[in-house]
Structure formats: structure tokens, C-alpha cells
Design a binder for this molecule. Structure first.
Ligand code: ARG
Length: 467
């Protein structure tokens, strides 16, 4: 079979060489972006007088016919034509005849594939921004219902101080807010057009790069053709942003998995987001949370893989770059899937307020309250810490909690203690008393919810028209 680039060759490559080099099996994912890019390119060629108007119309007609077939799943591709670009060019020539061969004037697959990747990532980044926002809405909704639900807050996975469950949920809201902002900021770089950089050096045809960029809804063009065809920073950035976001989801999943255990029992997942065991009839497993935690690993893998592919690459295009795709597609799919499942899982999970509250009563997470109590009465905090530490030790010895010690025992430790110390020990009061900005006090959490809501509501106007 004659290759589209076969003029210079005396022999055809072996079949397995063809197969090893082909990317059509995975890059067909770019079929729509490739046609979109070609439509802009051909319009530009005709506007600049590089091809005749009637030729451009024939090519556009053919591309639209291919797009329709692509959407209906009617196109069939072959590894003999290596990748999506050569497959589509071959199909176009089959569709409209030799005029189809004019499409590739002033263009190379190198700028073509880079353009496709920019278009693809722009679409998916915008979708992901929207999905993050939907998850943020769900977190706010859950937080609103749980302002006064208290649970132990942990450091070192040791009970530390009681907190509002809404405050815990909102911590993830803010992580996601940063994830969303990172994705938004990356759009600036995703939105540059490499089209017209040619193979590496530009072209002798009088093309108009600004025009094709504008047709594709890009905000600007790559300033340097060598950079334009070989830059994959925008994909690395996407993989890095996705990795950080998946790490956030994974942290929350880890907590949910712990909370579903008999030992915690703070939440129960809806049946639709849990699975059973094939052997143990009693099991209800948080598989979805585990899977998101696990999938975070493959996202990191894709980032490491592309960083490694890029590190030794001389300018400009090298075939190594074909390896940029599968990790990107996989990450796009992983992130969409994880955000969707995670949102549903949080939305439908039952919060066991009773168990959370109970846990705050059976520990020493109110010890700081007592130290603060003494400090407010004039004792240097460091001394107060020591006094309360000794009281905690006394309790551990007697197998009781701080609320169970008598006033006499307290006064033996310090005469600053009075009857009202017992009010300080109530975990609900302990949370309520936290008045500092960004802290877990109920009043502050309510303010935080208003702020968070404002942030996501304003954002609804997100421009999705170039999707
Ligand atoms: N399939 C190739 C890729 O994904 C397209 C560009 C090929 N260019 C070339 N000169 N071989 O990178």
C-alpha cells in the first residue's frame, strides 16, 4: 500500500513496524478536533488566496461529511495510515478526490497534532472546571446541614480538638477552589495556537496564523515555531493540576473509608455507592472511595511519564511526543469519572451525627479548653499546659475523663479552677467559643458558607461557548 509520504521510499515498512509506529488506536479520540482544526486551516488557505475558493468549498464539504460520519460512528480507520491525521486525509481524498490533497498545504502533522491537543484540552479543562464547581455546590449543601454537627478534629490521627463537620467539609471546598483556579489559569496557555508553525520552521506560503487562531477561538498564537510544535507544557500543567486535585479527592476518600469502619461509624455510604463481598455476607465496602484513591496513582504516573518523555528531547518535533496522548486521555477520563462519582457519594452519604458527637465526649479533646481557661485567669499558658497535662494523666490512671474529676481534685491542681470550669468542658461550647477568623466556631463557619456560596454562584457565568 502506498504511503501518503511514500514518494521518497523504495520499500514499504514491515507490517509490525507500521503497527508499532501507529497511534490510530488511541488518537482517534481527536477525530473531531482534527476536523475542526482542518476546517479553520482550509478557510485560512482560501482567505489568503493560497487555494481557490471552489477548492476550499469542496474540502470544507468533505470535512463536514466526515464530521457527520464521525459523530455517527461511521468512520473506519486503519493502522496502515498510522494516525488520525493521515487517516482523515486519506478519507477526505476518497470522499472528494485529489483536491483533498490540497488541505495539507502550508501545514505539517506536527503543528496539526499540537493544535488538536490544545483544542481537546481546552474542551475538557472547561468541563472539569464545571464539574469541580458542581462538587463545591454539594459540599456547601452538606455543610449547611452540618454547621452544628461536631466531631473530633485530629492531628497525627490522634483526637485533638472538637470541630464542626461543616468546617471539615469546607476545608475540601477551599482545596477544590484552588484546583479550579489552577485549571482556569492554565486556559491562558492552553488557548495558544500552534497552527501554522509547520513542521518546525514555519512555511513559505503567505498564511495568516492569527486568522486561523481566531477561527478556532484561541486567544493568541505561539511566538516561536520550534516551541509551538514541541511544547507540551500545557499537557504537563494539566496533568500536574489533575494530580493535585486527585490528591485532594484521595485524602477525602481516605477519611471516608476510615469513617465507614466499625471503629468510627461517622458516616454511612448510600447502597448505590457501596459494594458487597462475594464471600462475607455482612460486608458493605466503600469501593468507590478506594477506587478514587487508587486512581490517583495512575494520574501521578501519567505526569511522571510525560515529564520523563520530555526531559531529553532536542528541538523540535520527535516521535517520542506521540507518547503524550494516552496518559492525557486516561487522566481526562479518570478526572471526569472521579469527580462525578465523588460528588454523588458525598451527596447521598448519611452523616451519623450521634456517633460523631458521642466521640467528642469520650476523649481528652477538651484539654486545650482547660488550659485556655487557666491562661485567661492569668496563668502563663506554658504552666497551664503542664497543669492540665497532669490532670489528663490522673484521669488516665483512674480510667475517667476530665468531666469526671471533682472540683476538689481540680483545685488541688490549681486554685484558679472554679465550678464554671465544667461548662468549658462541653465540646459543643468548645467549638462555639472559637471566634478567630477561619476557625471552626459556628459563627465563623456560617460566614464561611456565605463566602463560599458567593464564590461559586458568581462563577456560574463561566464562558462555555468555545467548548
Ligand atoms: N501521530 C503523531 C503524534 O502523535 C503525529 C505527528 C507525526 N509527525 C511526524 N513527523 N511523524 O505525534
Amino acid at each position: 500500500m502506498k504511503k501518503l509520504w511514500g514518494g521518497r521510499f523504495q520499500k514499504s515498512p514491515e507490517k509490525w513496524v507500521d503497527e508499532f509506529g501507529a497511534s490510530i488506536e488511541f488518537d482517534q479520540e481527536l477525530v473531531e478536533e482534527d476536523i475542526e482544526g482542518s476546517l479553520a486551516h482550509v478557510k485560512m488557505l482560501s482567505k489568503c488566496g493560497i487555494i481557490e475558493q471552489n477548492e476550499a468549498e469542496a474540502i470544507e464539504g468533505g470535512l463536514h461529511a466526515l464530521l457527520k460520519k464521525a459523530k455517527n460512528g461511521e468512520l473506519s480507520f486503519s493502522s496502515e495510515y498510522e494516525d488520525i491525521h493521515l487517516n482523515l486525509e486519506k478519507l477526505l481524498i476518497d470522499e472528494i478526490g485529489p483536491t483533498g490533497g490540497k488541505l495539507h498545504t502550508g501545514r505539517s502533522r506536527n503543528d496539526q497534532v499540537a493544535t488538536d491537543m490544545h483544542l481537546y484540552l481546552r474542551k475538557h479543562t472547561k468541563l472539569i472546571i464545571k464539574e469541580i464547581q458542581e462538587l463545591q455546590h454539594i459540599l456547601i449543601k452538606k455543610a449547611e446541614k452540618n454547621v452544628e454537627t461536631i466531631l473530633p478534629g485530629y492531628t497525627h490521627l490522634q483526637r485533638a480538638q472538637p470541630i464542626s463537620f461543616a468546617h471539615h467539609l469546607l476545608a475540601y471546598f477551599w482545596m477544590l477552589q484552588r484546583d479550579k483556579e489552577r485549571m482556569e489559569e492554565s486556559l491562558k496557555r492552553i488557548g495558544l495556537s500552534p497552527l501554522g508553525c509547520g513542521a518546525l520552521a514555519g512555511t513559505t506560503f503567505p498564511i495568516d496564523r492569527e486568522y486561523s487562531a481566531e477561527l478556532l477561538g484561541f486567544d493568541g498564537i505561539y511566538e516561536n515555531s520550534l516551541d509551538g510544535v514541541s511544547d507540551r507544557d500545557f499537557i504537563l500543567e494539566f496533568l500536574a493540576n489533575s494530580s493535585i486535585m486527585m490528591m485532594h479527592l484521595s485524602r477525602f476518600c481516605e477519611e471516608i473509608i476510615l469513617w465507614c469502619s466499625e471503629e468510627f461509624k461517622f458516616v454511612e455510604l448510600d447502597d448505590t455507592y457501596a459494594t458487597g463481598s462475594s464471600m462475607m455476607p455482612q460486608k458493605k465496602n466503600p469501593d468507590m472511595a478506594e477506587l478514587i484513591r487508587g486512581k490517583t496513582g495512575r494520574t501521578y504516573g501519567s505526569l511522571m511519564s510525560l515529564l520523563t518523555i520530555m526531559k531529553g528531547m532536542p528541538l523540535a518535533y520527535n516521535k517520542d511526543l506521540q507518547e503524550d496522548k494516552e496518559g492525557m486521555f486516561d487522566t481526562v477520563q479518570t478526572v471526569h469519572g472521579s469527580l462525578k462519582i465523588f460528588a454523588g457519594m458525598i451527596d447521598t452519604m448519611t452523616v451519623n451525627e450521634e456517633k460523631m458527637h458521642q466521640s467528642t465526649k469520650e476523649d481528652f479533646s477538651n484539654a486545650t479548653e482547660l488550659a485556655d481557661y487557666l491562661a485567661k485567669r492569668g496563668m502563663p499558658f506554658r504552666e497551664a499546659h503542664e497543669v492540665v497535662g497532669k490532670l489528663v494523666y490522673q484521669c488516665i490512671e483512674k480510667k475517667v475523663y476530665l468531666k469526671d474529676l471533682s472540683l476538689e481534685e481540680y483545685q488541688n491542681a490549681s486554685l484558679l479552677f472554679e465550678e464554671n470550669l465544667y461548662d468549658e468542658l462541653d465540646p459543643h461550647q468548645a467549638v462555639a467559643r472559637r471566634i478567630s477568623e477561619g476557625g471552626t466556631g459556628f459563627a465563623k463557619v456560617k460566614e464561611a458558607i456565605v463566602k463560599a456560596k458567593k464564590l461559586v454562584d458568581e462563577k456560574e457565568v463561566l464562558d462555555l461557548k468555545t467548548l
